[in-house]
Design a protein around this ligand. Structure first.
Ligand SMILES: Cc1cc2nc3c(=O)[nH]c(=O)nc-3n(C[C@H](O)[C@H](O)[C@H](O)COP(=O)(O)OP(=O)(O)OC[C@H]3O[C@@H](n4cnc5c(N)ncnc54)[C@H](O)[C@@H]3O)c2cc1C
Length: 339
């Protein structure tokens, strides 16, 4: 039987809890989810799954949702896509949300595919723009238009899911600003029952990757290197400066493509989107695909021999110099200051 789209109401945002910590992406989802809720005149809700969740509800309510669905169970303390997707599907079948937003993280992406199958609906991945259309050519009003980079960023695809609800979307982290908080704001908490007996998979253990590196996505400070480094060893000087500043190491695609540094460090359209307080771009010209990933940094410091390149024009501080001469001086000054 075809779905009655009008039975589905409200904008749901999934709050990811990873290893016992609430991930900040929920506050980005609440910004874009809040805009959609306002436009559609529907309620903004949060779905929070895991164990020992009450500690997060105050902070979440202050960020805008009317309602929080609390799916709490010791078996959900560690993520398992079957358990999470089945539980969310049961809840969504009962409550009939209109849109269901997830962070495009490993966990968010893992849930969305399964959930779409369980709910027999459509899912769009890695959204960088979201809006609702007025309705044309058989597409109902209020249908989500999801824009996402595809084919390595060469195409911006618009994805719609006109015939089924909820529309499920994973949203690229760091693209939308975090929602404003109103101290003391509260709302309704709905506790959801969980049926672990229907799950076929069980969590056994988690082994974290051993790395002393600061995570790029959540870093406050980033030092990035580009083709101007000229060689793999160039990243030694980038790492030294990053260590002194307590910063993560980023890179342009040119540096990644040259094999000087792994892809996980790439910033830009086809890499990570970042929003640090400080971004130091060393030997990076600032092509539009790179700026797409870091243009929202609070302070940008560019070190480049070409004063006319886009990065130097965009930067808060532009230093026209050879990075190999300048960065050792900066490191020495920082060390002197620390001593
Ligand atoms: C579909 C698509 C997706 C893309 N996605 C991304 C992406 O996600 N991220 C990304 O970064 N790029 C991406 N690119 C590539 C992008 O267009 C640029 O080619 C790339 O960002 C250039 O990297 P770069 O600035 O390091 O190199 P260049 O543009 O070659 O710039 C090198 C800079 O180093 C400076 N320099 C040289 N020597 C020194 C020195 N000794 N000291 C100081 N400065 C020096 C030069 O003046 C120059 O400004 C994408 C391209 C396409 C087509």
């Amino acid at each position: 039987m075809p779905q009655q789209l009008s039975d589905h109401k409200n904008i749901w945002c999934f709050a990811e809890v990873r290893h016992g910590r609430l991930v900040g992406t929920i506050f980005e989802l609440l910004t874009i989810g809040g805009n959609l809720a306002e436009e559609l005149k529907e309620d903004l809700c949060v779905v929070l799954a895991g164990d020992k969740l009450d500690q997060w509800t105050k902070e979440l309510f202050e960020a805008g949702p009317k309602k929080i669905y609390l799916i709490e169970h010791p078996s959900l303390a560690n993520f398992s896509d079957e358990a999470y997707a089945k539980t969310l599907a049961e809840l969504a079948k009962k409550e009939k949300p209109n849109k269901f937003l997830f962070p495009a993280s490993t966990i968010g992406r893992s849930i969305t595919g399964r959930l779409a199958v369980y709910l027999n609906t459509g899912a769009a991945a890695d959204a960088t723009e979201l809006s609702v259309g007025a309705g044309t050519n058989g597409v109902p009003a209020g249908t989500l238009k999801t824009v996402r980079p595809t084919y390595g960023g060469n195409v911006l695809a618009t994805v719609i899911c006109p015939r089924t609800r909820p529309e499920i979307v994973s949203v690229r982290p760091m693209v939308f600003p975090k929602s404003q908080k109103t101290p003391g704001r509260t709302g309704e908490t709905v506790r959801v029952a969980v049926n672990p007996e229907t799950w076929k998979t069980k969590f056994t253990s988690f082994t974290p990757e051993k790395s002393a590196e600061i995570d790029l996505a959540s870093a406050d400070k980033i030092v990035s290197g580009g083709r101007g480094l000229g060689k793999t060893e160039g990243f030694e000087i980038i790492r030294s400066l990053a260590n002194e500043l307590g910063a993560a190491v980023g890179a342009s695609r040119a540096a990644v493509d040259a094999g000087w540094i792994p892809y996980r460090h790439q910033v830009g359209l086809t890499g990570r989107t970042v929003r640090p307080k400080l971004y130091v771009a060393c030997g990076i010209s600032g092509q539009v695909q790179h700026l797409a990933g870091m243009g929202q940094a609070d302070v940008i410091c560019a070190i480049n021999t070409d004063p006319e390149c886009p990065m130097m024009k965009l930067a808060t501080f532009s230093i026209e110099t050879n990075l190999y001469e300048f960065i050792p001086l900066v490191i020495r000054e920082i060390q002197k200051y620390k001593n």
